[in-house]
Design a protein around this ligand. Structure first.
Ligand SMILES: NC(=O)c1ccc[n+]([C@@H]2O[C@H](COP(=O)([O-])OP(=O)(O)OC[C@H]3O[C@@H](n4cnc5c(N)ncnc54)[C@H](O)[C@@H]3O)[C@@H](O)[C@H]2O)c1
Length: 338
């Protein structure tokens, strides 16, 4: 079966392409390389022995999307990763984010709505929950007003899909609400490639560890948590990638309970910033240069997933530990700087 993976050269997309190929799927990638590089194809081939079909294309080009689907009538499912993801940049450039994250989604759904049968997986995010009132966070927790245009694109994106599934009965979709993906493939052939200063904790840690950054700033240690730093649910990107394969198989085998379903994808365990730093120090065998600074406005204090629904309904569970994920991130960082 042929699966379209948009944004398949990116961090999560490339790991998912590997898992899809290893599960026996044929993959076509669309990516405009705005936040990735074509070299990722070599990394994928080094792991799986197969080079996926690659179409360099900007999904904001509606005609190109139409032409792609006319030329690829044999696509059984779409996993849609392509989006812009920097929260801070989204505040500065909201229209770029609304255009890139929503127009692309609409153009793809328009094509799928014309097919006899269509299966669609969407990259959503735990940002839809904001600061949830209860931990761990279940899928029933209310969606809170978004803190950023990026977060809003995920909320609106989910609504667009839900509304579409309501009227196009042949369209089946699943939104996966990721918690905090980290790490790299254990082979160190693919991993996260942040452009410029990393926005996320783990690449900042590994870049500091390798000497590319002077020190890591820890934003606040006076939060109401055990060690005072913020808590997140860090999930190994390979575990996350596998969740996509399982979700897709659920749709392909028509095991879904309704046309539109939502799942949290996390480990179910919260780790503080200091615990993540300790994990790095343990696996890298070196101390990290870090400094506690003031809180950063807008940071959620705690967010970790209740994964019972994904465990039970999808039959999927995250297997890797924080140390496993950190060790893979460190191996990758050393490889790309080496
Ligand atoms: N990484 C995270 O922490 C995280 C958390 C929650 C949700 N997500 C979502 O998961 C998805 C993948 O995230 P990622 O971390 O792999 O990001 P990424 O930036 O590494 O990958 C996205 C890919 O999409 C491509 N792309 C962007 N706009 C495009 C367009 N208009 N046309 C074609 N290709 C385009 C980029 O070049 C890139 O290769 C995104 O939708 C993101 O919002 C990510």
């Amino acid at each position: 079966m042929k699966i379209l993976v948009t944004g398949g050269l990116g961090f999560i997309g490339s790991h998912t392409v590997v898992e899809l190929q290893q599960a026996g799927f044929e993959v076509v990638i669309i990516d405009n390389c705005s936040n990735s590089s074509e070299n990722v194809l070599e990394g994928i081939k080094a792991i799986t022995g197969q080079t996926p079909e690659f179409v360099k294309m900007d999904l904001r080009d509606k005609n190109a999307v139409e032409e792609f689907f006319s030329a690829h009538r044999d696509i059984s499912g779409v996993i849609h990763f392509a989006a812009s993801k920097a929260v801070g940049e989204s505040v500065e450039k909201p229209l770029l984010y609304y255009e890139n994250n929503l127009n692309t989604l609409v153009y793809i759904l328009q094509q799928l709505s014309g097919l006899k049968s269509a299966n669609f997986i969407f990259s959503s995010s735990c940002t839809v929950y904001g600061q949830a009132d209860q931990m761990p966070i279940t899928e029933d927790a209310p969606v809170k007003p978004a803190e950023s245009p990026y977060g809003n694109t995920k909320q609106i994106g989910e609504e667009i899909i839900r509304d579409s599934c309501r009227v196009y009965s042949q369209l089946k979709a699943i939104s996966l609400r990721y918690f905090n993906p980290i790490g790299a493939h254990p082979s160190a052939e693919i991993g996260e490639l942040p452009i410029g200063v990393p926005q996320n904790l783990v690449p900042f840690i590994t870049q500091t560890g390798v000497g590319l950054r002077d020190k890591l700033s820890v934003f606040g240690d006076d939060y109401p948590t055990e060690d005072g730093t913020c808590i997140r649910d860090y999930i190994h990107v390979v575990d996350l990638a596998k969740a996509h394969v399982v979700a897709l198989q659920r749709l392909l085998e028509a095991k879904n309970d309704s046309n539109y379903e939502v799942f949290n994808i996390g480990t179910g365990t919260g780790s503080s910033v200091l615990e993540v730093i300790n994990s790095f120090e343990r696996v890298a065998g070196k101390e990290l240069n870090y400094k506690v600074v003031d809180r950063r406005p807008g940071d959620v204090i705690k967010a970790y997933a209740d994964t019972a629904k994904a465990n039970k309904v999808l039959g999927w569970k995250a297997n890797s530990t924080l140390d496993d994920a950190m060790a893979s991130a460190w191996k990758w960082e050393q490889k790309i700087r080496g």
